[in-house]
Design a protein around this ligand. Structure first.
Ligand code: CTP
Length: 392
């Protein structure tokens, strides 16, 4: 599984650094390539020579020890399939969470856009410190996997939570991640996001509360799994893949149609307005003496249903946001639209869904299977959705 994979291993200054030597050997034994970045403090616990011999590679420490035209932190980030930081001290965790890049390890972490796993190890009081806990939450929200430390006797003499988790757990987490990392290689994924904007006149429009965050998380996740991503969105996010900015449902449909033939997956995470005004007013509608006005609305195309009618080999996924009778409505909707999967979420709950960073969803599939994904950050939910729908 790990053969030929590039593992970038960050080691920080904690006593558990010595245990990582065994892990490097385990990775090397199965044919993985390992490059080690050590913080200067890590070398108080384990020598550069040991790490160099075990990884059979140079050990990277100083940021400005540049050997070629590309800055070291960028070429290391480009080289890696995964970045693992173990043991991670409270200091390094907090710096990465806040975007501080004051040594080679934190600079690489800052430039790293693929999957990262962090295995913390520290004194129990440091682990329980509110600032550290808040920083861990920030990292988790960004999709970074935290392998929680275990409880027991700590090297500092305390009893409690803080001991580096088992090497088996770290090894399995790396293996599990890499198993999915290339799952979408060679696949073109088209994802829509955000609420469509249906203009009434030059200053007014009809839209909805969709933030586009779930679609964005799905797009990032697909990219980390090796896909070529086309992101069709009404929200102007900065993204490292092809973005097509659209407004109305009709614009969105045109943009998807451009990509349809060559797409392998189409994910309709956008909240498409069902209606638009019949006549767009070129001039601002004036109040004049009207106590009320009537806007005539006409139906927008049902993009998802049309895609499903014309599909050849694409896997098509719809979303459904419901405020009541979630499962009943979702079952009717997957039948009606004809998509391969439907991701249903309950918008009556304030803690998940629209605008929130978290979600909880149920995935229905055309063959009747139902999979519930419990509440988690949208990036974790995105990964689980991909794991479920990319099994074909
Ligand atoms: N959708 C679409 N085109 C539309 C309306 C919705 O492609 N005109 C897609 C959405 O992107 C989503 C799925 O259909 O993937 C379900 O959207 P939803 O708003 O829940 O369903 P509607 O068909 O609009 O039904 P209703 O509003 O009556 O619940």
């Amino acid at each position: 599984m790990l053969q030929g994979k590039h593992i970038l291993l960050g080691i920080t200054g904690g006593i558990a650094a010595y245990k990582i030597c065994t892990l490097i050997r385990d990775f090397k034994k199965v044919g993985a390539e390992v490059k080690v970045i050590a913080t200067p403090n890590a070398l108080n616990f384990v020598t550069k020579l040991t790490l160099q011999n075990l990884s059979q590679n140079e050990v990277y420490i100083e940021e400005f020890d540049i050997k070629n035209w590309k800055p070291e932190h960028i070429s290391l980030a480009d080289w890696a399939d995964i970045m693992l930081i173990a043991p991670a001290t409270a200091n390094t965790i907090s710096k990465i969470a806040q975007g501080i890049a004051d040594n080679l390890l934190t600079s690489v972490a800052c430039a790293f856009s693929k999957k990262m796993i962090i295995a913390p190890a520290m004194n129990v009081n440091m682990w329980n410190n509110d600032a550290v806990q808040n920083n861990l939450k920030i990292l988790q929200k960004r999709g970074i996997e935290i392998l929680e430390p275990e409880s027991g006797f700590l090297a500092c003499g305390y009893m409690g939570k803080g001991r580096l988790c088992s090497l088996d757990k770290i090894y399995n987490a790396v293996e599990e991640t890499l198993k999915y990392s290339q799952k979408l290689k060679g696949q073109k994924v088209v994802i829509t996001a955000g609420g469509t904007v249906e203009e009434i006149d030059p200053v007014r429009y009809i839209s909805n509360y969709s933030s586009g965050k779930m679609g964005l998380a799905l797009a990032k996740s697909a990219q980390s799994m090796g896909a070529e991503v086309v992101f069709i969105t009404t929200k102007d996010f900065d993204v490292p893949f092809k973005k097509v900015l659209v407004k109305s449902a009709q614009d969105m449909q045109n943009a998807i149609n451009e990509e349809f033939d060559t797409a392998n997956y189409i994910i309709m995470a956008a909240a498409v307005a069902d209606y638009r005004v019949k006549e767009f007013s070129e001039q601002k509608i004036k109040k004049e003496n009207n106590d009320s006005i009537t806007l005539e609305l006409v139906k927008n195309p049902d993009i998802l249903a049309d895609l499903c009618k014309n599909k050849t080999s694409q896997t098509i996924v719809g979303f459904c946001a419901e405020s009541e009778n979630l499962m009943e409505n979702a079952k009717t909707k997957i039948e009606k639209k004809g998509c391969d999967y439907l991701v249903a979420n309950d918008i009556s709950r304030k803690d998940i869904g629209f605008n929130s960073d978290e979600n909880e969803v149920t995935i229905l599939s055309q063959d009747g299977a139902i999979k519930k994904i419990s509440k988690a950050s949208k990036s974790v939910i995105a990964r689980k959705i991909w794991e479920c729908i990319s099994t074909k």
